[in-house]
Every structure is written in structure tokens, then in C-alpha cells.
Design a protein around this ligand. Structure first.
Ligand code: FRU
Length: 496
């Protein structure tokens, strides 16, 4: 069993190693009875540098094992400055990683591979590029995603094109070795998906979810200025190697979700992990010695209207420990519903009578009530608002209010607002029955226990039914002999 980490913000039920930098989930595959989850990892410090692939595996998404670092940059090699993102496929006894080979002198990152024949414990890098040249017109190029479909292997690579469009480029192969370029699977000029965001000038981490003739292309919207990065889902369907996309939408409505990665599970489910980055000043990150975490694994499905729906993987119900809150009632002010630990899973059903914009739930994280995270109903917009402006007494934490569509929140909807909120120390994931999600980081410093309140302002009242369970930590067996342990992990250490 893991011991609770002393750092109050280090998650216990979200994957990440105890120290140092991580970003994108990579190399997701079900192989040899295990879910394999790799991730962008700097074993030497809490900043983005020297990217390796860290590696976890689990038979059930609950009991995890940290395997030795899977991919390490080869000094003087094609990936000398980083094994950047990609995925993996399980093929017989082979686990094959496809990834972006990064060198600082290279703007675009060609595709290479590494292979394991002992279920992911050791890996042999290819030592050369698999696809050395970019197709004509590609400027930015990275993050292969390989899958098997209709008797052949297919690959998407994220790209930016010289004509200003972002693209996911399609390749096909019979043997995973010789790849033929088929052209853009989808390409498009930037389109607005949020008041402050569009689909970008290039796409990172393209992922392709497909079932029953329909599909969704998930991409990280990228622009060279590195403005706010958003994750976008294009619903649609394929026709002869081209993806016919409908209107794109945000995949997650929070500020701290990026780099989606899919795993096609043997039971037919699509599972998705994302990267939740830090939302606090770099100086605090350096002090903490770690950065980033992976979201809960999410089951992803396509709704009738083509939209992408997400909910926590069913297995994660097993992380629910004792029930901390059971509350049903009505308030026209503030009702204290109970206390929770810093990692909990909450479900709520909220029925406002004359909702005002002060109606909702509050997670109070300091005894004096001045530190809190709010989830409020906006009856005019038909949205839930997550407000983290007061969620940390430490000024180095970032604030902001964020919105997720929730038609039931409309005053006239006549239907209760239902939600599930998973909080794990410094990450909150909000899931709505519509399959919409909102992921954000926050950094309470007020101490525990935390308090759940139902609130109704402005003369209205709120009926509520709320249940919350404290979460027990994942079990995690740590590997030995990984660079994290064999090299000093001081901030700013230069790679040996
Ligand atoms: C996305 C990304 C990928 C790249 C990797 C590098 O967050 O920028 O496009 O391969 O991270 O760490």
C-alpha cells in the first residue's frame, strides 16, 4: 500500500511519479493482461527537458506498478534531445512504441520506434528514423498514433501545413515497417471553439476514436506562439481515407487539460487519459519538485448527435473508501453537508427553486472559510461555473472562472442538475451526465478536513442530494534502478 505523500498537493489517485516533470500520456496499450500507461517524463527535474517515457502498468486500473523508464534519448541519436509523444501497439509478443524523435535543431519531429519483447520491462530503440521525411507542405510534424483497422495498420501524425491549415496526416502499412503516405485525413484552417480559443494552426497528439461507422478525431490545438492550448474533438466519419468532420467542440472545458491519449481496451471500451498541467507559478513548482499529472482514465463514447461523452472508468468506483457525506435537504442560505478528506468522489443532484448565480456547491478548504472552490449554476446561460479565484490563499496559485454547458442549469429546464466531482488534492475533474467534463488544478493551503456546503443566494432556495466518498490511494509498486532514483533529481540538473 502507498503511504500518503507529505506534499499536500501530490495526488494519490491520479498517475504520476513522486517527483519531477511529466506531460502527455503516451504509449497506451493493453498488452499481456495489463493496461500500459507511459508518459512524457523528465527524470532529472520539474521542468520540460530531457523527455523520456516513464511507464506504469496495471491489470485493473487500480493496482499499479511503475516499470523502468521505457524510452531514453540516445546521445548523438535521432532522439538525442527527447523521446517525444506517440502511442504503442500490442502485436503478438511485441509492444511497439511509435514516437516523435526530437532534436533541438529540428523544428519538426519525424517518427521512430522502439520495441519491447518482455512486456514493457526493457525496450530496444530502432536506432534510425521510421519516417525520415515530412510530406510536402508540412511544417510542424509530430506525435504518431497507430492503430489496426480492417486488416491493415494505420497511422496519424499531427501537423501544420504551409497553407495555414492544421492537419492529421494519414499513413498506412501492412507490416508496421513500410508506410505509405495517404494525404491529410483531416485538415482545416482555425475555427472558433471557445470564446478564447480555436482549433489552432497545427495539431498535436491526434487520436482517432471510431465505432460503428462513426468517429471522432481528438487533437491538441497548437499555435507557434504557444497561446492557450486547448483540446478539440471533431465528430464525423471516414470516407475513403478522408475524415468528414462536423462542427468541432472542446473536449474538456477546463483550463488544465491537454494531450489526449486513447487506449482501445479488450472489452471494446475506449479509455482516455489527458495531461493536467500546473496552474501555479514556476517558482512554486520548483519548490515542490514536481509538475503535471495524468487525469483519471475516462470511458469515452460517441453520443447519438456525434458528440464525445466522457465519464470516469467504472473501475474507479473501487477507489471509493468510507462514505464521508450523505445529505439531502433544502436551503435558502448555506447548509454544511459534511467534511471530506483531500481526495474524494462526490455526486450531487441540485434542484434550485428560483436559481440565482450564487446557487451551487462550495468546497471550503480553510477553517475560516476564506479559501474555497465554487461550483455555481448559471440559470441564464445554462452553464455550470467553476470558480477558483478563492481556491488558494497562496497568491502563486492561478485563479479564473470556467464554464461548462449544462442545459439543466437553465432556469426553465425543469430538470435537476446532476454532477460528479472527483477531487484529488490539487486536481478537480467535473463530469456531467451529458458527458461534458471540466478539469482544473487548484492548490488549497488551509489544511484539512475540507467542508462541503450547499448554497443558495438572492432569495432562492436549493434542494440537494449529495453523497461523497473519500478516495483511497491507488496501490503503486515502484520500480528500482530508474533514472529517477539513480540520478540526483535536483532542480536544474543538467543531463549527465
Ligand atoms: C504536447 C507535446 C507534444 C510533444 C510533447 C513533448 O504536449 O508538445 O506535441 O510530442 O508534448 O513533450
Amino acid at each position: 500500500m502507498s503511504v500518503l505523500p507529505a506534499d499536500p498537493h501530490l495526488p494519490v489517485a491520479h498517475l504520476r511519479p513522486p517527483r519531477n516533470w511529466i506531460n502527455d500520456p503516451n504509449g497506451l496499450a493493453f498488452h499481456d493482461g495489463h493496461y500500459h500507461v507511459c508518459f512524457q517524463y523528465n527524470p532529472y527535474g520539474p521542468e520540460h527537458a530531457h523527455m523520456h517515457w516513464g511507464h506504469f502498468r496495471s491489470p485493473d486500473l487500480i493496482d499499479w506498478e511503475e516499470l523502468p523508464v521505457a524510452l531514453t534519448p540516445t546521445p548523438g541519436g535521432e532522439d538525442a534531445d527527447g523521446c517525444f509523444s506517440g502511442n504503442a501497439v500490442s502485436h503478438g509478443d511485441r509492444l511497439i512504441a511509435f514516437y516523435s524523435a526530437y532534436r533541438t535543431d529540428r523544428w519538426a519531429q519525424p517518427v521512430t520506434t522502439a520495441e519491447s519483447r518482455d512486456d514493457g520491462v526493457t525496450w530496444t530503440p530502432r536506432g534510425s528514423l521510421l519516417i525520415p521525411d515530412l510530406p510536402d507542405g508540412a511544417t510542424m510534424y509530430r506525435d504518431p498514433y497507430v492503430w489496426r483497422e480492417a486488416g491493415r495498420w494505420r497511422m496519424l501524425v499531427g501537423a501544420a501545413l504551409a497553407d495555414g491549415r492544421a492537419a492529421a496526416l494519414l499513413y498506412e502499412s501492412d507490416d508496421l515497417e513500410r508506410w505509405e503516405y495517404r494525404g491529410p485525413f483531416l485538415a482545416g484552417a482555425p475555427r472558433t471553439v471557445a470564446p478564447d480559443g480555436d482549433t489552432g494552426l497545427g495539431w498535436e497528439c491526434p487520436q482517432y476514436l471510431h465505432a460503428n461507422g462513426r468517429g471522432a478525431l481528438l487533437v491538441g490545438a497548437w499555435d507557434p506562439e504557444l497561446g492557450p492550448r486547448r483540446t478539440v474533438a471533431f465528430p464525423g466519419r471516414e470516407q475513403d481515407g478522408r475524415f468528414l468532420a462536423d462542427t468541432p467542440a472542446l473536449l474538456d472545458h477546463g483550463p488544465d487539460f491537454y494531450a489526449p491519449a486513447l487506449l482501445s481496451a479488450p472489452d471494446g471500451r475506449w479509455l482516455l487519459w489527458g495531461w493536467a498541467w500546473e496552474a501555479r507559478d514556476p517558482e512554486w513548482v520548483r519548490e515542490a519538485g514536481w509538475s503535471g499529472l495524468l487525469t483519471f482514465p475516462r470511458e469515452v463514447t460517441l453520443a447519438e448527435d456525434g458528440s464525445v461523452r466522457q465519464r470516469p472508468a467504472a473501475e474507479l468506483l473501487a477507489l471509493r473508501d468510507e462514505r464521508a457525506v450523505t445529505a439531502t435537504g433544502e436551503t435558502s442560505g448555506t447548509a454544511v453537508l459534511g467534511t471530506v478528506g483531500p481526495s474524494f468522489d462526490l455526486t450531487a443532484r441540485l434542484e434550485p427553486r428560483t436559481a440565482t448565480s450564487a446557487t451551487g456547491l462550495r468546497l471550503v478548504t480553510s477553517a475560516d472559510g476564506t479559501e474555497y472552490l465554487d461550483i455555481r449554476i448559471d440559470p441564464e446561460a445554462g452553464e455550470l461555473v467553476v470558480d477558483r479565484d478563492h481556491s488558494s490563499l497562496d497568491p502563486r496559485a492561478h485563479g479564473g472562472t470556467f464554464r461548462v454547458p449544462c442545459p439543466e442549469a437553465k432556469a426553465a429546464a425543469g430538470a435537476p442538475v446532476e454532477l460528479r466531482l472527483v477531487v484529488d488534492r490539487s486536481v478537480a475533474e467535473l463530469y456531467l451526465p451529458s458527458g461534458q467534463t471540466l478539469t482544473l488544478r487548484f492548490y488549497p493551503v488551509g489544511g484539512t478536513p475540507w467542508r462541503i456546503e450547499a448554497r443558495s443566494g438572492g432569495g432562492g432556495s436549493l434542494r440537494y442530494t449529495v453523497g461523497a466518498w473519500n478516495l483511497r490511494p491507488y496501490t503503486m509498486r515502484h520500480a528500482t534502478g530508474t533514472p529517477a532514483e539513480s540520478a540526483p533529481s535536483d532542480v536544474g540538473l543538467v543531463r549527465p
